[in-house]
Design a protein around this ligand. Structure first.
Ligand SMILES: Cc1cc2nc3c(=O)[nH]c(=O)nc-3n(C[C@H](O)[C@H](O)[C@H](O)COP(=O)(O)OP(=O)(O)OC[C@H]3O[C@@H](n4cnc5c(N)ncnc54)[C@H](O)[C@@H]3O)c2cc1C
Length: 383
């Protein structure tokens, strides 16, 4: 099979970083992925017709406040100074998200100062009369009042989860940010951008180490019968699939992406436009050229690539995007974690292996910790 001392299954953010850290510590690593690409859900590709860099699984913007993570990635890429802004079309108007003072002024047709907006919002919340919310709808109304909830949250959330917010647990949201200033940034983190020459190049550089053998189009489950039980494995696929779904499948939400190339230089003027109305079946449209205004020729060309994002029910075989962190799935996850403890040579990691939604920086941070832990525990036999 291999004389590698450790196998890393999955070359997304988590697997790539673990593989690099272990390889740099002197271990031979076999890194596999069932896909033909590196970078997992953060993969990018150049559209052959327009030359536009497209994020294969929807917009990915790197953002972090974690200096260690940022410094680590700077060894493999520079980031552009891109700062993310998101607009939303809802009720026949366009606003910025998250809601800010301009959103409030436009929506309520007022000229608020920050203090006036705060007093107005407090009154909206007081009018809602909800003290102990029992579902997501009540929670949202208790945070921002009924009118903002109906326009900005209700339709989008219902489409995203395929259920009315009144049927969703209130624990899905802890806060709904409303900025009382004119800051239109989507993220608060000091470090933001996209890799200057794309995610694909960044991940290939991370994996380009003489101690790493990279095998794409290779499914862990095809290789598994040949792997000696003493070989350590870092597994970043789905934890329930690893155990043959023997306790039942964990629930996910999936997405469908509908791609289109258009003969226009700028379709929507922004990289992400959300759609809040329930009557529009998609939640967002991505327009990828806006991530790289510095690629002037491509940016100025008369063509653009867009992608409509439709929430979709998950079934095994589809891509799993968002874990459904309700009580039933949390209990099932706890059972799978007990099973995982019976496999001392396997480390379960990444968003699929840990059944968590993580932004990329969180996945990098977790991978750095995981690799350090593997080295500290001496999990890999000496060569
Ligand atoms: C729509 C969407 C948008 C997002 N936007 C952002 C964003 O703007 N900014 C941000 O920071 N984060 C964003 N994220 C989160 C980001 O995608 C994750 O942080 C990242 O994917 C986590 O990396 P990972 O390695 O844990 O998982 P993944 O990227 O899913 O990688 C897992 C890899 O394992 C492979 N694999 C699975 N099973 C097997 C198997 N049996 N054999 C071999 N290989 C296998 C898969 O093919 C995959 O390549 C977004 C997520 C979604 C769903």
């Amino acid at each position: 099979m291999t004389d590698s001392r450790i196998i890393v299954a999955g070359c997304g953010v988590f697997g790539s970083v673990v593989a690099e850290r272990l390889a740099s510590a002197g271990h031979r690593v076999l890194a596999i992925d069932k896909r033909p690409t590196v970078g997992g859900n953060s993969a990018s590709r150049i559209d052959p017709v327009t030359g536009i860099e497209c994020h294969t699984y929807g917009s990915h913007i790197f953002h972090t406040s974690d200096e260690e993570v940022y410094r680590y990635l700077l060894r493999f890429t520079e980031f552009t100074p891109y700062r993310h802004h998101v607009a939303i079309r809802t009720g026949g108007r366009v606003y910025f998200m998250p809601m800010n003072l301009k959103t409030l002024c436009d929506f309520f047709g007022r000229d608020f100062t920050p203090d006036e907006a705060k007093a107005f919002l407090d009154e909206e919340i007081r009018k809602s009369g909800i003290d102990s919310p029992s579902n997501l709808e009540e929670k949202a109304v208790s945070l921002i009042g009924e009118k903002l909830y109906r326009t900005f949250i209700y339709g989008y959330t219902k489409k995203q989860w395929g259920k009315s917010p009144s049927e969703l647990p209130e624990s899905i949201i802890t806060r709904l940010p409303v900025r009382l200033n004119f800051n239109t940034d989507y993220f608060n983190d000091p470090h933001q951008g996209v890799p200057l020459d794309g995610y694909d190049r960044m991940f290939r550089r991370i994996l380009e180490h003489p101690n790493i053998e990279l095998r794409l189009n290779t499914d862990f489950f095809d290789l598994r019968p040949e792997i000696p039980s003493s070989t350590p494995v870092v597994y970043t696929g789905m934890i329930d699939e690893f155990f043959g779904y023997r306790l039942g499948p964990l629930s996910w939400r999936s997405l469908k992406f509908e791609w289109e190339t258009l003969d226009t230089s700028d379709f929507q003027g922004i990289s992400v436009m959300n759609y809040g109305d329930e009557s529009v079946p998609y939640t967002r449209i991505h327009e990828f050229k806006h991530y790289h205004p510095e690629r002037r020729d491509v940016f100025a060309s008369g063509r653009t690539v867009i992608c409509r994002e439709y929430p979709d029910a998950y079934a095994p075989g589809k891509e799993a995007y968002y874990p459904v962190n309700d009580a039933k799935n949390k209990a099932l996850l706890a059972e799978y974690r007990k099973l995982a403890e019976t496999c001392p040579n396997v480390v379960f990691g990444g968003r699929l292996g840990s059944y968590q939604y993580w932004d990329m920086d969180r996945a990098v941070g977790a991978a750095l910790d995981c690799a350090a832990d593997i080295l500290r525990r001496g999990m890999i036999p000496a060569q």
